[in-house]
Each structure stands twice: as C-alpha cells, then as structure tokens.
Design a protein around this ligand. Structure first.
Ligand code: BGC
Length: 854
C-alpha cells in the first residue's frame, strides 16, 4: 500500500495558520512605496471608504500556470481593509465588476471547452497563448460615491500573466486602460486624495499616475500570495512601515528599454531573439545610455527617513568590507532601510556599465533616533568582466569606485580600490558562443549618468591599493570523457543495499541494464505529452504535483519514485483528492489543480467507491519571487524557503521546481513575476537563500530554473536566444553560478528555448562544461516539461532530442514518455554511449538515496 501524506481533515490546522502569518510578514516587507505626499499611513476614516479597481476584490495573489499555488483561501484587498477596521462604501461597484468577471470567465470557459473538444491538446496550448483576461472595469458614477468619505479613495490596479504567453503592451496590461484612466480622473475630481495600489507582478506604465494631480500615493502591492490583502492593510495603516525596494527598473516609457522593439512578438519574429543590448540590461542600460527611469532600480520610500554613513572601507584578502551606520532620523515611525553598494568599474579594453550592484544589507526595524551598524562584504573577484577574445575573466587596471546609498540613482562614492595592473581572475575556454553575427551595444561614457559632486567625490575618497598578487588566477581544466561504472559484486544489488552501506550508488548503477538505466532517466509518465502529462500536474503519486521519477524499478530493485512539485510562489499541489481504502488515488475526483481541464480533455470522471476517503493538502501561497526579492532581506527569503520546505516534508515532495531565476530582460516577459530581478547578484543571492530555507528540511531540495535565456514566453519551446558569450556569463548565467556556489541546490531545470542555436536541454557546453566543470555543480539536471515531445512541424527550430539530453548531461527527462525511453535505448552505440547513460542514471539514483537517507 503506497504512503499518502495528505490529511483526512478539512479543518484549517496550526501549520497553515502559522505559515499564513509568516507569509503576511514577508509580503508587507516586499511592497514598495513609490510615491507619497503624506497621505500614508492612512488614519481611520469617519465615513466608509471608497474602494475601486480591478484588484480590489479580485486581488491577484500570483500569476497563472505552473507558478500558481492552490491555497485554501485568498484574502483580497477588500477583506484586508475590513479586517483593519475600515467599512467599504462601494460594494455595489465591486459587485458589478465581480459579476462582469464571472460572465467573462463563463464565456472564456465555454470557448475553451469548445476549442479543447475540437483540437485536444492543441486547444490547451491555444488557451495558454490567449489566456483569460479580465473585462474592462465599469465606470464610476456619483451614485457609487454616496456615503463615502471624501477624504480619500483607494484604487487597485490588478494585472496577471503567466507561462506560455508574453504580456501585451496595450491598455489593461502594460498600459492603463482607458476606463482605468477615466475612473482615476473621476476619483481625483471627487476626493481630496486618491491612493493607487498596483497589484501587478511586473512593471506597468505609470506616466499618468505620476502626472495626475490628486493621486497622493502609489504603492506597489505586487502579487503577495494568499494573505496579500491583510499585508497591504498593514502597510496602508502604518502597522508596517514600507521597506521594499524595486529589483527592476520602472521606465518612463516602454520605449526606453533597450529591447523594446525586438522583444518577442514586437518585431513579428518569435523565432529568433537577439540579445543585442549585450551586458546593458536594466539599470546597466538606463545609467549608461542617458535614460531617466520613472522609478530607478533599488528605489523605495519609507514613512521615515534615514541617514547612511560610511565608517570605512577595507580589504581583507580578496574581500572588500564596508562598514556603515544607518540611523532613523525621522521622529514618528520605526522602519527598516536597505543599504546598497554599487561599484563603477574602469573603462578599459572592455567597456563597462556606469555601475553594478556589488552588495547590500537591510537593517532591522529602527525606532526614531535609533542607529544600527551594518557590514557589507563583497569579493573583488565578483567584479571581474569576461573577455571573449581570451576566454578569461579579468579585473582591468584602474580605479573601482565604491558607491553607497539606498537606491541606484542615490549613491555617493566612499572609496576607490585601485588595481594597478590588470588581474586575470579565471581562465576558462570559450563556450556556448554566438551562433550568428550581430553587434552588441558599446558604452559611450558621454551618456553616463552623473551628478554635480561626482568628480569631486572621486578625487576626495581614500584609495585602497590592490596588488596583482592578491588574486591568483583560477584555471579550469575540462575533464575528458566519463568512466564506466563497474562492480565485481555478484549479488543482486538493491536500493536497500545502498542505504545499508552494503553497496555504493555507483555499484548499483553498474549492475543496471540499458533498459533499467533508460527507465531511470525518464520521468514516470509513459503516455507522452499529448496524452497524459497535463502541464504542472503529471504526478500520479501526489495529486497536483508536476511529476514523478519512475516507479518501474520498485519491485525489482526497491528503487522508489520521487515526487516533484512546482513553485515558486509556494508548493503547487491539488487542494484535495480521493483515494480508496488501499490508498489508490482515484484520478478525476477531488479538487484538481487544473480545474476541469481533465474532463475537458475527455478524461472520464470515475465512480466514487463506497469506502473512498477524502484527502486534503492545503499549501501556503507565498508572495511571488519579485516581491520576495523586493524585501532585499535574505533572511526573509530563507524563511519563504522554510515555509515551502515544511510543506514539502508534510506532503512527501522531494524536489521543489523553483526558484525561477531568469533575468527580467524586458518587462513584457509573461513570467517575470516568477523571477527575482534584472540584476544577477540579487537574483543569485535570493535563489541561494530560498534554497537554504528549503534544504534545511531533510530530503527536500530546490530545482533552480530555467537554465538558460528563457526570457520570452511566446513560442518558448522553439525560440532561439542569440546572446554574446560575455552577456551570457556576466548577466544570464551569473545568478545560477552564485546560487550553486552558496547553497548547493540539488537540482536544476533546463529551459525550453535554444541557446545560440542548440536547445538548452541538449547543450553540452552549458550543462556539462560550464555547469559541472567550471562551477562544480554536483546535482541533477532535468528538462522542462515535455521539452522532447513538442511538435516540430511548422516551426523554424525543431524540438530537443531525448538522446541528446543524455549526451549533454541532462539527467532526467520530464515528465517522460515511452518514446523518450525507446529513443534512448536505440541511440546507444550511435550518438550515445553506455557511459553517458550510466552517468545520468547514477545522478538520478544519488538523488533517490539522498531522499531516502533523510
Ligand atoms: C514550466 C516549468 C514547470 C513545469 C512543470 C512547465 O510548463 O515551464 O516551470 O516547472 O511546467 O509544471
């Protein structure tokens, strides 16, 4: 009888309550106050509050697709404000919008049902490409305002997006809709103050909001998980002083982003994406090319003010140590401040961005007048640039100016580190080079951001000398072929033998036949993508989990299967399911994580056996990754990971398919909400902290994803990301490298797209040479779902091949199909060696052993 981890009780339990409270705290710390003329924090009102906007009741907790988490409840903004003591005076308007949304959802559902019935899986993909969007908001009339307090109104702008489709530049998505603008014009005319809350997972156009008189405050609520409404009320009322800071640049105009006209569908070509901006992504571009953002990278207001003073900068070995005091110089509110350190590198043979983030730290809550001392440490090595011509990382000679402040456009130089002679920090070989010829942006110092005292600061700061002997050159040697696993043990080895230390994992691997090995490297689904692997819910061991490793070797070798479930905004499982008395799960009963998709796909709803039992597995929807990063507090990221790890243990999940750590290259990417930032350092540190939180739970691990260059969702399975090796290494891979070196995640997921002409899933230079040989990654690599099982016809670029996955060191093909198994077996002796297969299977087995030894 298999083990079922879920509970038979539908009652809310202590773990749920505790994790919701923790999530509420994290959510309030990651909301960013963008503007405030003093209206916030909000005092109690004498009359009911006017609350409007698409996110007021239908608050978006997180994005759609596999990144959506099925929590028991979602506290919306209306409930949060009511809980905080406000009476809502605009229920009629909210009811109207609710009913419009229900009508629109029914119409979408009907259309979806017809499409799926007509086209099967192709119909599901169509829905991913054209997802449900809320209808336009109703007008606001004078009648809607009756009885409300004319002192202020709150307007919540809701936005959602998800995998498979990029965001639209139009009204109701990146832009405000005409109705939203007319609503806001009406409110600013009738209320003394209008507070705008942005309930979106990414950037929107804020031009109108910033220009309109009467908009007194703008708060980025972001997508805050299942208790977001409560967390928002905490910030609005001053129970929590806002301390979130942006981790992505919010532009004045969409056209200010470097890839504005070529990104995804923008130039009509979703097959080839040229990363022509090179290393100039996000603030690296804005600061270097004369663009003034609406809200710069790192920006965020508080209800109080802080002074930030450098107490000295020194070198200890390769590390720069900056000591800083932060004082709350306000007189009313406590609050936390984020101290950010940037470095301006010298221009040399390689051009550099105006500045790069080098380190940061956040204070605890400081009462008015209270002071704290922080130490910010970063290694000089981390500032090295990549020279493609010589395949090495180097610190070019010159001054490295250390800047201190609380956002990217508000820093002052506090020290200069003088590198007398160029230092080569690491020698590698050229890998994953550009597959086509296109030029990348070159810096022009005359366009760099500057401020009045900058030159004077450069001359007045202390200089720290660095000798070239300080940093030895690391040299990577790329090992040749893997060796065959052999054993002279004649007894039949099982997993039990390995767990009892009677045999090693390698000896078990050595005894496996080609068929057994091929079975191990393919996930448990055998029907094929088109038949039974519903995206994000292909596990048969744990309903709603994304997939399992194979159970084919349980009887013969005792090799158990592992369950893998999505994130990143919590643990994605079905809320409930039904099993018979022998613990056989009855598919189709209970609350599927995919709604009624199984029925639409023609999967029959079975009879409920008399002795069947209901099982419940409610998980906490934590805030989206971007909000987590906006806390700039790595202990909160670790706590978010701890919430997930606790729930993984409870429900028997080994691998969390998160964190997602692609770079916010362009604000229209449909999955940016699942990712942390446009900056690789903060992305890497967040993923590391999240991982440490999860992996503190025995037998649980993260799967950092999507490796690499998965920055576009339209045509994601067949698009070719063309990128220079320098930008790849300095921007897009760097976060992964940081996370691996700090936190050792046990697993990594490849992306769907091609990287410089080769599918990421089949890219040996990426998965073996860089990941394992340069970075020493010891874990398991898996594919994204159905990578090897996508239709090829009519696409410029085909799909990845199962045997080339194994050849590249992609150990596990998920969720798997019989075709994957057969193709791998047939490829042995041709494009694949037996050793290649053993190597991947051995890594799957090592993970099974890791899980079992918990
Ligand atoms: C997504 C992955 C996810 C997987 C399993 C894919 O569609 O791209 O991020 O982990 O599904 O649900």
């Amino acid at each position: 009888m298999s083990i079922l981890y879920a509970s038979n009780s539908n009652e809310i339990n202590d773990r749920e309550r505790r994790n919701m409270n923790r999530s509420r705290k994290i959510a309030s710390d990651g909301m960013v106050l963008l503007a405030n003329d003093g209206i916030l924090p909000l005092s109690p009102l004498s009359k009911p509050l006017a609350l409007f906007g698409s996110g007021a009741r239908r608050t978006v907790k997180g994005g759609t697709g596999s990144g959506d988490v099925n929590s028991r409840t979602v506290y919306n903004v209306e409930q949060g404000l009511e809980d905080a003591g406000f009476t809502i005076g605009t229920k009629a308007w909210l009811n109207q919008f609710d009913s419009d949304c229900n009508d629109a959802l029914n119409a979408f559902g009907k259309h979806f049902q017809e499409t799926v019935q007509e086209k099967g899986w192709a119909g599901v993909n169509e829905a991913l490409i054209n997802p449900y969007r809320d209808p336009v908001v109703p007008d606001i009339s004078k009648k809607d305002l009756e009885g409300t307090d004319s002192y202020c109104a709150i307007y919540v702008i809701g936005r959602t997006s998800g995998e498979g489709s990029d965001r639209k530049l139009s009204g109701g998505d990146y832009q405000l809709s005409e109705k939203e603008i007319s609503n806001l014009l009406f409110l600013t005319e009738h209320f003394e103050h209008t507070i705008v809350v942005i309930n979106a997972g990414g950037v929107i156009d804020t031009k109108f909001l910033r220009a309109q008189k009467g908009i007194s405050a703008i708060l980025l609520m972001s997508q805050p998980g299942c208790v977001g409404g409560l967390a928002l009320a905490d910030v609005l009322t001053g129970k929590v002083t806002p301390s979130g800071h942006l981790t992505t640049t919010w532009a004045n105009n969409y056209e200010d982003y470097p890839s504005f006209d070529t990104f995804s569908y923008q130039n009509g070509d979703v097959n080839d994406e040229y990363y022509s901006e090179g290393i100039f992504v996000g603030y690296r571009y804005f600061d270097s090319f004369g663009k003034t953002p609406a809200y710069p990278f790192g920006f965020g207001l508080s209800y109080t003010d802080f002074s930030i003073v450098s107490k000295g900068c020194s070198l200890q070995g390769e590390n720069v140590i900056l000591t800083v005091t932060v004082k709350n110089i306000g007189n009313q509110y406590s609050g936390r401040e984020t101290v950010q350190v940037y470095v301006t590198q010298p221009q040399g043979n390689l051009d550099k961005a105006y500045q790069v983030l080098a380190g940061f730290a956040k204070t605890k809550s400081l009462a008015p007048g209270q002071e704290a001392t922080l130490e910010i440490i970063f290694s000089l090595r981390s500032l090295a640039s990549y020279d493609e011509a010589n395949a090495h990382y180097l610190l070019e000679a010159g001054n490295y100016y250390v800047r201190l402040g609380n956002y990217s456009r508000n820093t002052h130089i506090v020290a200069a580190i003088h590198v007398a002679e160029t230092i080569i920090t690491k020698q590698v070989a050229n890998k994953v080079c550009k597959d086509s010829d296109f030029s990348t942006l070159k810096a022009n110092e005359s366009l760099f951001f500057t401020y009045s005292d900058e030159e004077a600061e450069k001359k007045s700061v202390p200089i720290i000398e660095v000798s070239s002997q300080l940093i030895p050159t690391e040299t990577v040697s790329y090992e040749s072929e893997a060796t065959l696993f052999t054993t002279d043990k004649e007894t039949f080895i099982t997993l039990e033998d390995v767990l009892n230390y009677n045999a090693s994992v390698e000896e078990l691997t050595a005894q496996l036949t080609v068929e057994e090995l091929a079975s191990l490297v393919v996930g448990s689904a055998r029907g094929g993508f088109a038949e039974n692997s519903i995206i994000g819910a292909a596990s048969s061991a744990c309903p709603g989990a994304a997939g399992d490793t194979t159970s084919n070797l349980i009887e013969s070798r005792g090799i158990i299967n592992l369950s893998l479930a999505d994130g990143p905004a919590g643990l994605r499982l079905s809320k409930s399911f039904v099993a018979d008395k022998d613990h056989n799960i009855i598919p189709g009963l209970g609350e599927s994580s995919m709604g009624n998709l199984p029925q639409l796909l023609g999967m029959p709803i079975p009879e409920r056996p008399e002795d069947a039992m209901d099982y419940y597995q409610y998980c906490t929807a934590i805030p989206i990754a971007t909000l987590l990063a906006q806390t700039w507090d790595m202990s909160l990221l670790e706590e978010a990971g701890d919430i997930v790890g606790e729930e993984m243990e409870e429900f028997g999940i080994t691998l969390w398919l998160a964190p997602g750590m692609n770079i916010h290259r362009n604000p229209l990417c449909g999955r940016n909400f699942e990712y942390y930032s446009e900056d690789p350092l903060i992305s890497g540190l967040c993923a590391a902290a999240d991982t440490l939180g999860v992996q503190a739970h025995k037998g649980c691990s993260t799967t950092i994803k999507h490796f690499a260059l998965n920055n576009q969702e339209d045509n994601r399975t067949h698009s070719n990301s063309h990128c220079s090796e320098r930008a790849l290494r300095e921007i897009y891979l760097k976060g992964f490298e940081i996370a691996i070196k700090i936190a050792n995640p046990k697993s990594l997921m490849t992306s769907y797209n091609l990287v410089n002409g080769i599918h990421a899933a089949n890219n040996k230079e990426l998965l073996t040479d860089i990941l394992r040989q340069e970075w020493n990654f010891q874990g398991l690599v898996m594919t994204d779902w159905g990578t090897t099982d996508q239709p090829d016809a009519s696409f410029k670029y085909g799909s990845s091949s199962p045997s080339l996955c194994i050849k590249a060191g992609n150990d596990l093909i998920m969720p798997g199909s019989q075709n994957d198994v057969d193709t791998i077996i047939n490829a042995i002796g041709k494009e694949l060696t037996f050793v290649d297969l053993q190597t991947c299977a051995n890594r799957v087995l090592s993970l099974v052993v890791f899980h079992q030894k918990k």
